[in-house]
Design a protein around this ligand. Sequence first.
Ligand code: SF4
Ligand code: SF4
Ligand code: FES
Length: 357
Amino acid sequence: MDVALKIWRYDSRTGERKLEEFEVDAPEWACLLDVLDIIKDKHDGTLAYRKSCRMMICGSCGMRMDGRAVLACKERMQPIAEAGHVPVISAMGNLPIVKDLVVDMGPFWNKIRSVKPWLDPGYDEVTEKERIVSQQQMNAIQKESLCIMCGCCVSECNSMEADPAFLGPAALAKGFRFVGDPREGNQVERLVAYNDEHGIWDCTRCYFCNERCPKGVDPRDAIAKLGAESIEQGIDHDMGAKHAKWFVTSAKTTGWLRETELVPKTQGILSAVKQTGFALGLARKGKVPPPFPPHVADRVKEARALHDLVGQQGRGGADGIIQMERALARAEHGEAEGAHRVSPEVTPGVQPPVAEG
Ligand code: SF4
Ligand code: SF4
Ligand code: FES
């Protein structure tokens, strides 16, 4: 079959950046990585990209196709070629580009290292037999254990784009893999560290990491679990935690978000007073509902019953975050794994190379 690709070439030494188009003859079973191999082998040996396993397990071949992060060895080219689409291939986002499709993974690994990606067992004594962890206990961290460190989630993270110091979805998913492990002995210390500046509460909940993870890790869910577990352990000093807690209180008491009280409950009285002028401006425009009496939903009992039910089921902390909902949603919407969805053509300047350093 004939396959055409446009590839953003980049050389960090010269800063030169150009979009090049290639058209190659590829077998029908070819994936994006196969097509890149053909280009490198027969058309332009200077094309740079990473690969290793060719079977979606090493995490080397992360790149962007039409502006969304993919594993090149996972993307089948036949439906794209048959649709007559010419995809635009570029390097992953949020990481400095070294050459063409190769990014510097240094910042990625630094963040993984910073969450202590190893088990810190809560026991010293050596036993004669292995310590058995039940299937149910392992299920709690099953998704997070699937991560292959490809960086696709980091590439699409909005929060990291705004704040490169944000720990990010891959590192935090790795963090939950150990927080949720029953053999881990330092859960609380870990949670305190992940609650720090640039930690879990800086996530904007855009869900792009869940959307783009090729292995179903659903890192945003892992961050939600870390947040729920932190609150369960009383680690709630961050404004993000206070914000989340007020949502729960609001829903339970009125069935609505008690927005007027959100700022004082989240940021404190002093900050709320400082924003009085802004609040009065909003009130004059009719944007602030009267705080008293609070508006209570007609069927608020349902919200309260739901709250009580979760409590009765003992689903506090991470257990309250539903597992596999993304996977179920994908199945319900008939979106088969690996199915191609054509995204809008990426135009020059949309993905500027990240400055090195
Ligand atoms: S949900 Fe949070 S961690 Fe995931 S991509 Fe969005 S901002 Fe980043
Ligand atoms: S969480 Fe998913 S997208 Fe992110 S590094 Fe791991 S496997 Fe890749
Ligand atoms: S080459 Fe290993 S994941 Fe693609």
